[in-house]
Structure formats: C-alpha cells, structure tokens
Ligand binder design. Structure first.
Ligand code: BGC
Length: 514
C-alpha cells in the first residue's frame, strides 16, 4: 500500500455521519445514470421486434408465421430465433459481469463503468448500422458486455459513496435511471414505428445517446475512496472523500477506518474461491436468491414484451406501444416512492407490500384473460377489457417498481464485506443475467403453452419469495457497510454460519442499534 498513511491499530468503526452534500448528490446522480443504458436496451428490443420492416429484413420467417397464424393470439410471436435476438445480450452480459469483477478490483469501480459505457457505445453504433443478422448479433454482444460491466460496478460505486443513512435512496437511483431508459426507449419506439422502413434503425442507433451521457458523466466523477485505498492511492482517496463529504469536512477518521478495512481485505487473494467459505454463506445465498427471485416476479414479461403482449391480447400495434409507455411511466413513479421509503421504513416493508400487491394483480390479469379469451386465444379482447388488463398490469408494475426493482440492486451491493464485494456483486449480476436469459428465451413459448396461466405461475413464485424475504433477509437499513457483518450475527438462522472471529473492536455506539 502506497501513500504513507498508516492507520492506528484498531481504529473505531462508526457511521461517520456522512451528510447530504451537493457534491454527493451530483456524484451519485452521475453514477446512477449508468442505469440508462441497461434500461434503454430493455425498453427498445420489445418494440423493435414488433416492427414489420425490421422483421422483414432480419427475421422474414417470423413475419410469415405471424401472417399465417393469426388464429392464436398467445402464439403469434413465438419464435426462438426472434427471442434469441433479445436474449443474446444477457449471455454476453453474464460473461461481462464476471470479467468486470477483476477490472473493478484492480482498476477501480469507475474504470469498469467507463469500459462498460465505451463498449455499449460501440455496440449501439454497429446495431444502428446493421445490414445483416451478424452485425445485429455482434452489436448486441457488445451491448451485453457493456451492461455487464456497468451493472456490476455502478451499484458498488453508489454503495461506497452514499452516506449510509441514505444509501438505499441513492442506490435506488440506479433503478430510477434504468426506468427512465426503459420509458425513453418506449417513447422512441412509439415515434420510430411510424417511420416507414428504417424506424428500427433509429431506435437501435439512439442507444448511443444514453451511452454518451453516462460515459461523459463518469469521466467527471472520482473513484470511490475504498477502491482508491485498495489500489494504494491514499491521497486521491482523501480528495475523493473530501469532495463527497463536503469542503471542510474532517475525513481522516473515515479514511482511517476504510484503510483498516482494506488491509483486512488484502488477506483474500482469490475472492471467487473464498466467497464459498462457510462464513460468507448468507451473503452468497442472498446474492443469488435476490436476482433469481427478481426475475421470477415476471417483470420482463412486461418490460421486454409489453408491446408484444398487448398485441397478443388484442391491442392494435400503435396502442400496444402506447400501453407499454404508460406502464413504464407508472413504474418510474413507483421507483420514486421507493426512494422515499427505503431508508425511512426499511427494505423489508417494501418487499412485503410490493410482493402482496404483485400477487393480487397478476392473479387478476390471469382471471380477466382466462375468462375473456380463455385458452383457445382465438377471440381478441374487447377494448374495455384490454384497458382493464392495462390498469391491472400498471398496479402490478407499481408493486415491482417500489420493491424488487430497486432492491435487487441495493441488497447485493450492501451486504458483502470489502474483500469479496466485487466478486459477490459479479455473481449477483451474472445470476440476474442468467435467469433473465432463460426466462426471455422461453417466455413467448411459455405464453403460447401456458396461456393466461403464465401469470399465475409468476404469482406463485412471488408468494414463495415474499415468505423467503420475511424469514431469511435481515433488515439492512442505515447499517454502515463496515458494520454489515453484525446483521448476520444477529439473525436467528444465519448466525450459525458466521464465524465470530473479529479482529477489530466493537463499533462505537453502533452495535446496539442494528
Ligand atoms: C431488472 C430488469 C427489468 C427492469 C424493469 C430491473 O431491475 O433487473 O430485468 O427489466 O428492472 O424495469
């Protein structure tokens, strides 16, 4: 470790009372804008794959099938080839996020975010210029690697920069920008669908805009103090801390504590091996369970396929895209609600309320579709019923927007100790991509076979995950990252896994408040 800074042995750990400075707001908003590129991609692909000129050019067989098989509303978009266009990004993202762990540890959180932005930008350019399926797929792979890096590094950046008391709201900012990306993409699709012949090109190429915004923004913010210390850059870490904690703030104690944590973390040389040790079991289980469950809420049924889905249940093509836009706006509003609640009332209350709300409204969607179109899927919904489906879906999307949406980024980024934080975050993001891939690949086929029952399938999973969270997830609201081990030691189930070997003394005034 360079920089000549030696901590006093056993520095006291505490919440250093990080204040809400203008600088911490700006830094975190800029970092959270990395969510834009993932959101843009999620929102754009569903709409583009319903555009006829796009299908005619790249997937003519799907178009033929659509024209011939109008007889079953649930099945007309069921094509493995078309789905692989959407889901190829997730395989690339999975690989990207695992690779990102090394970069994030060795070169810093910011380096991973920059690399992700630049790769995404290249992918967007290739996709906008695509003249054949190969260009389309190569572009998507680059987009995937890009979001693999940014999704891995950004939540960590936010967790390490935000004051502990408001960490939840700041990390939810990532999901907020993600939601803005989804909404913008849907609006753009709504407009470009009207441009005959090349509207899809504009939709795909415009992905360069959010990439430019987040890459430029990231160039302007410093790396996190933890990451700088880990790389021996003590003076830079001091400056980074001073910048976010405000001029005049005394950051020495916090710097000292972070340095101690870093020294401890240096004992771990192979984080991907050590993370499987028994003492990290609770974090490991959560880092896989949370993204797995998030995807099993069925949200991407709505996010990717909202336009396809609405067409499938009887909306016209224009109103399908509009319905998708409305859904996104509701989702966006609900993320804002979450930023207000998450640090005041905690993570679990949002998980519980959101879970129950999603179960109820998904079940209601299944009932309406079951009664009105049944399993034959031959009679499209009446206008009134289609609007009812949209309203019910909005209520479901709101439930997701203030629970599993933001919390899926928040929980994994805050539960790991520094030594395995990048590895843990990579596993979590990779799990998210893996499950998204599987579900994206099979959703249209499942819709075709399960019909309206697909919504009951997801409602069942939400019931299971809501119970899981109630029983196994400890509350992490307001707990400083450096003190997070305490929540597991106090948990009725996880405490048996956590080794109570602690090198540093107890935190002043903190241990009783968890
Ligand atoms: C999920 C995505 C989803 C998006 C919807 C994210 O938190 O990880 O899979 O498409 O939310 O807004």
């Amino acid at each position: 470790m360079a920089g000549g800074f030696l901590p006093a042995v056993g520095a006291v750990r505490e919440d250093f009372g990080g204040k809400l400075t203008v600088s911490v707001y700006i830094t975190c908003i800029v970092a959270a804008s990395c969510g834009l590129i993932f959101g843009y991609d999620i929102g754009i692909s569903g709409g583009v794959t319903t555009m006829e000129p796009f299908l005619r050019r790249f997937f003519p067989s799907v178009l033929r099938k659509m024209r011939q098989s109008k007889q079953n509303e649930y099945c007309m978009y069921d094509s493995q080839l078309l789905t692989s266009f959407t889901s190829s990004l997730y395989i690339a993202g999975l690989i990207g996020s695992l690779g990102a762990s090394r970069v994030t540890r060795a070169l810093g959180r910011r380096a991973s975010m920059l690399l992700g932005g630049a790769t995404f930008l290249t992918g967007a350019t290739i996709n906008g210029a695509a003249v054949n399926v190969v260009m389309l797929i190569v572009g998507r792979i680059l987009l995937g690697i890009g979001v693999g890096f940014t999704n891995q590094a950004t939540p960590l950046y936010l967790a390490e920069t935000a004051p502990p008391k408001w960490r939840g709201a700041f990390i939810s900012g990532f999901q907020l920008f993600l939601g803005i990306g989804v909404a913008a993409a849907n609006l753009i699709n709504y407009g470009t669908a009207k441009i005959h012949g090349w509207g899809w090109r504009l939709s795909l190429g415009l992905a360069a805009v959010p990439a430019l915004i987040m890459t430029t923004g990231t160039l302007l913010v410093p790396d996190t103090a933890s990451s700088l210390i880990q790389r021996g850059k003590i003076d830079e870490a001091r400056r980074a801390l001073q910048r976010v904690r405000g001029s005049g703030a005394d950051v020495e104690a916090e710097l000292q504590c972070l340095t101690e944590e870093t020294m401890k973390s240096e004992a771990v040389e192979k984080p991907f091996r050590d993370i499987f040790k028994r003492r990290y079991r609770p974090q490991l289980v959560m880092s896989i369970a949370i993204p797995l469950f998030q995807q099993l809420t069925g949200i991407n049924v709505v996010a990717f396929y909202a336009p396809v889905l609405f067409r499938s249940v009887g909306f016209g093509s224009d109103s399908s895209l509009m319905a998708a836009v409305i859904l996104c706006l509701v989702n966006l509003g609900s993320i804002l609600v979450s930023t207000y609640i998450v640090d005041r009332y905690g993570r679990k209350v949002l998980f519980m309320e959101g879970g129950v709300q999603m179960i109820l409204f998904l079940t209601a969607v299944a009932c309406v579709l079951g009664v009105k179109i049944g399993s034959s899927g031959t009679s499209p919904l009446s206008k009134g019923d289609a609007v009812l489906v949209l309203v019910l879906m909005c209520a479901y999307a709101a439930g997701f927007g203030w629970s599993w949406g933001p919390l899926c980024w928040l929980i994994p980024s805050e539960i790991f100790p520094l030594e395995i934080r990048p590895a843990g975050q990579s596993i979590s993001i990779a799990a998210n991509f893996a499950v998204t891939f599987v579900l994206a690949q099979f959703f249209l086929s499942m819709l075709c076979h399960f019909k309206y029952g697909i919504f009951l399938f997801y409602a069942g999973f939400i019931a299971i995950m809501t119970v899981f969270v109630a029983v196994f997830l400890p509350e992490t609201k307001g707990v400083p990252l450096e003190a997070m081990d305490r929540v597991w030691e106090k948990h009725w189930y996880w405490r048996r896994f956590v080794v109570l070997e602690r090198t540093a003394p107890k935190m002043n005034g903190y241990s009783n408040s968890i």
